[in-house]
Design a protein around this ligand. Sequence first.
Ligand code: UD1
Length: 366
Amino acid sequence: MKTPLIDIIAGARPNFMKIAPIIRALDARSAEGGLLRYRLVHTGQHYDASMSGDFFVQLGIPEPDVNLEVGSGTQAEQTSAIMVSYEKLLLAQRSDLCLVVGDVTSTMACSITAQKLCVPVAHVEGGIRSGDWTMPEEINRMVTDAITNYFFTTSEIANQNLRRSGVSDERIFFVGNTMIDSLLANMDRLRAPAFWSVMGLEAGQYMVVTLHRPANVDGVDQLLAMLLAIGNNCRNLPVVFPVHPRTAKSLRGLDGLPDSIKLVEPQPYLEFNYLVKHAKAVITDSGGVTEETTVMGVPCMTLRDTTERPETVTIGTNELIGTEPARLKPAMDKLFAGQWKTGGIPEKWDGRAGERIVKALHHLLC
Ligand code: UD1
């Protein structure tokens, strides 16, 4: 029998920590005689060392077998460029399964391309929904899930969303969270960034901010208002702000940032999670960061009105603050009064999702 070939698709920063444990589990299984091959396809949606290359090195991900090198562009430009390039690859050498992760443009573009060539699709982190159609990620999730064959899910809520849309139980594999696999596997390797001592940071005596959603950062007034509200309520603690390239464009030439806001480059994986682990609290509009703060037990304020990861709120340390800057003060008052919830860990976020996925893949393909 021919050894089945899986395409593993990765395109943007939050994909890399999700594919690493799957690749590790596939390699471990191969070493024991497992019968699956993979081809690692980087779409090139993110391409800077700080957004891509550093993550491959730190997470021990092998060099991609193929890089589609699509680069920056609008949603439609990136989607179409990825589809054209990935179609050429599949026509030159077909795979037996296209495995996509998360909700970025690359996830949707590759699923459509594969399914149109009758290559089945598996979606890691399938089934989650924010209900907010203004987010490109929500459209990516809905389109991808509409044409996915096998779903590897992170929560019972995701399973329910899928069942409600007519997906049968045989196609749903509740495996846990690969992002948390990466976090737990690297917890002992986390390390302070070089600026830690230069800035005089101390555990529990600083905050971390990340902002990159178009709704928060594309309008300069909204971004400044958020940062002023943070600066006015942070009790003079330093607020470390690793700046995403999209956000950097808006910050360029912006005057009047509070002194407590410390702008730094996007951080590599080990340094970023060190900062999060030791922070007093994190303020973010990222979804993945709310999962990491939940597992590390760090208070988290999400500057969005919705979340596709409700378990980080109902079980974890996350609270939805919304996008209105005035909502930050009461949340920060609660934090500094020592009244933030402690939270727990969602089911199966135990570091073994990658192994469960690879076991299911053998069952499905071999
Ligand atoms: C993408 C994902 C988002 C994810 C985020 C993490 C989609 C729809 N969104 O958003 O879900 O949370 O990545 O970072 O896929 N840029 C660089 N260097 C790079 C990559 C991008 O300078 O290596 C610049 C681009 O030119 C662009 C901006 O950053 O101006 C945004 O990049 P893009 O890939 O369009 O989307 P993100 O906002 O990063």
